[in-house]
Structure formats: structure tokens, C-alpha cells
Design a protein around this ligand. Sequence first.
Ligand SMILES: CC(C)(COP(=O)(O)OP(=O)(O)OC[C@H]1O[C@@H](n2cnc3c(N)ncnc32)[C@H](O)[C@@H]1OP(=O)(O)O)[C@@H](O)C(=O)NCCC(=O)NCCS
Length: 146
Amino acid sequence: MILRDMTEADLDAVLAIERVVHAHPWTLGNFSDALRSGYLCKVFETEAGELIGYALMMLAVDEAELLDIAIASSQQRKGMGKQLLHEMLALARRKEMRRMVLEVRASNAPALALYRSAGFSDIGLRRDYYPAHSGREDAILMGRGL
Ligand SMILES: CC(C)(COP(=O)(O)OP(=O)(O)OC[C@H]1O[C@@H](n2cnc3c(N)ncnc32)[C@H](O)[C@@H]1OP(=O)(O)O)[C@@H](O)C(=O)NCCC(=O)NCCS
């Protein structure tokens, strides 16, 4: 697998994944803004050039915030998400960040399990933070040292 910078040219492939894997997907505008804002936006692709995942991270002083991470549904449960998360942890460390934080929907069992298995623990709860199909949903804040 190859990790490289995301560019505008990747956004069709990124959105094709995003719209399938997330009930409340980011829009083209969200991704374009993230690229323009200088966030660390990476894609994960096979040697043959097939884009199978991506992750976006924002750096602030000594803290990295993971904004999104996704693996194409056909490629899930093969260890790719864990590998990509570890690449982002290593990247944050190289940028001299001391901590990584993230927010996740309370119902997102796969992501919660991934983060826990990668050493993240719960650091807070934002009640009714996300819009959900019926009403609102809590956000769990997680973090780990680097
Ligand atoms: C979360 C996500 C990135 C995991 O990617 P993945 O490649 O399937 O994950 P991996 O195969 O590397 O699995 C790593 C660990 O995550 C957990 N996990 C992953 N999918 C899971 C599932 N469906 N149910 C329970 N645990 C799961 C397991 O602990 C797994 O370890 P194990 O296989 O040794 O049991 C992927 O499910 C995804 O893209 N989801 C949609 C986007 C999303 O919700 N992103 C997080 C936003 S906060």
C-alpha cells in the first residue's frame, strides 16, 4: 500500500467511497476546503493505483486531530484501516505532535473498535452533537499520546 498526498484530482474517487461508507458524508466542498486549509490529507492506494482509503488530519500546536478516515467498503476488515491509522499516527509523530484526538459517533462500532485497538481511550462525550436519521447522536471524544 502507498500513502500519498490527496489532490483535487482524487476527489471523485474519495467522494465515491465517502458516500457509501458514511451515513452523513462530507461534501465535495468539505474536502476542497480541507485541501485548501493545508490539513494533512492523505490517500491510501494499491501499487496498481487503486484508491482504497483516505484520512485527513489537522495539526494545532502539539495536537493532531483526525478529521476523517475511511476504507472502501469492499476492502474493509482486511487490516487496511488499522494500517492507515498507524500511518497517520507516525506522520503526526514526525510533525512533533504529542497527542492525537478525534470524535466519533457513539453508534459507529467499527470505528470505536479500531480506535480502541490502536490505543485510544475515551476522553469526553458531546451529547446530541451529530445529526442522525432520527434526532441527534452523541459524539465520543477519544485521544492517545504519541
Ligand atoms: C472504521 C474503518 C476505517 C475500519 O477500517 P477496516 O479496514 O475495515 O478496519 P481493519 O480491518 O483494519 O480492522 C481494525 C480493527 O477495527 C475493528 N473493526 C473494524 N471493522 C469492524 C466491524 N465491522 N465491527 C467490529 N469491529 C471492527 C476491529 O477491532 C479490527 O481489528 P480485528 O480485525 O483484529 O478484529 C472502516 O470501517 C470505515 O471506513 N468505516 C466507515 C468510515 C468511518 O466510520 N470512519 C470513522 C469516522 S470517525
